[in-house]
Design a protein around this ligand. Sequence first.
Ligand SMILES: [Zn+2]
Length: 478
Amino acid sequence: MLARPALDQLRDDCAKKEFEAVLISCPDRLARKYVYQEIVIEEIQKSEIEIIFLNRPIADTPEDRMLLGIQGLVAEYEKEKIRERSRRGKLHKAKKGLVVGGLAPYGYRYIRKTPERDGYYEIIQKEAKIIKQIFDLLIRDQMSARAIAKYLTVHQFPPPRRGKRWNNSTTRRIVTNETYAGTTYYNKRYSVETENSETSKYRRNKKNGRRMRPKDQWIPITVPAIISRRTWQLAQAQVKRNAELSPRNAKYRYLLQGLVFCSNCGSRYMGVPCREALFYRCSNRQRNFPLPPDCKVGSIKASTLESAVWGGVCEAIKNPELLMTQVEELKRKRATRAGALEGKIRKIELRISKVKYQEDRMLDAYTAGAVTLGQLRGQMDRIKQNKQQLEEEKKRLIEERNQGGSRATKERDIKEFCELAEERLESFEFQEKRKFLRLLVDKVWLEGDCVRIKGVIPVSSGMAKKKSNGNIAGITSL
Ligand SMILES: [Zn+2]
């Protein structure tokens, strides 16, 4: 493409005659398209600056150009030249801070250039009033773009020019257009060929897709503002929130999706939208075919449950002592368990020694001639089998005991984790909250009016890890 910042710079510098010659390694580096090369070469030569291609001399004779097949390209060349001249003209205009193009957004009128004044945007007061109201509906009433469009239609606001009625794309465009806060941008997007262009090969303009340029290439132009900067910022925050709550974003709407369980029947709760609000409901109750639902527990409003769980988790993070009491209790339970295991191991050892005694007695009996070799073999096989079983049981118990011992949690690790998390908690958005809960919470049990949160604090490698993301890497990425 011709619209490249460095190439524009070169052409500007050529026009100012800042040097005598341009060295280009090969024509390909200048532009992939021959036509584009021609435009730039001709322009540079006009400024009486020499072009030197390092790999081959420039073709300058008509014959040479014929060979390159330029003739067939003349038409394309002219068209491209006009388009390019107009693009560069607009770019220069924008860089001077002037409004580009006659198509003003809703709320403004483009006043054409006169000998006294360059073209500019003028506010249409009647439309500006509606725009203010749209932002009001968005921020104060937290309406979605669709709801705003509906409201405007119902209340018979005149639709924008060229449009027959208000629809959500119109209102969405308005609430995301920074022009209304006093800054419009030129050079925000560029055209690309899309997959659709392939199928419609007879289209005149194949570049029917638009892509965003990086923000540092946007050229800001100041225009009269209709809303304040503060209103603009509030509006963008609300637009973001609306997107998160949008039905199109359904899989992200439930903060606790997959984490809530019914203590009545043990089934998982699922998210169920009901009119405007969201609910969690026991999935067992949802099932009603072929059998009637066998759990009668009521559903719970998502916002109620979510704020209770999030509040509980936050409280625990802010007061690590709360967690420590739980950890202490866990340790106590484990100690009791370890004690019980120890007792079992001792009993097994006793039984093993008894079996060994039996073995010795059998051998004594055989030596004394009290039993035959056949009897000895039968008895010894039975004893051996018995002994082997007991040894295996002992091994298993020892393993279980050792595992419990290595799970000890250090208080310092928990406090460290809580401090790390607390710093970030306040600034968490929905997605981050969801990620954070997934890391910590194993299950949320609903028991009537009570919520029990079971979780794991991923502090060190010795701790039990929850799923695969419950490791230290998970925390650092938060
Ligand atoms: Zn249930």
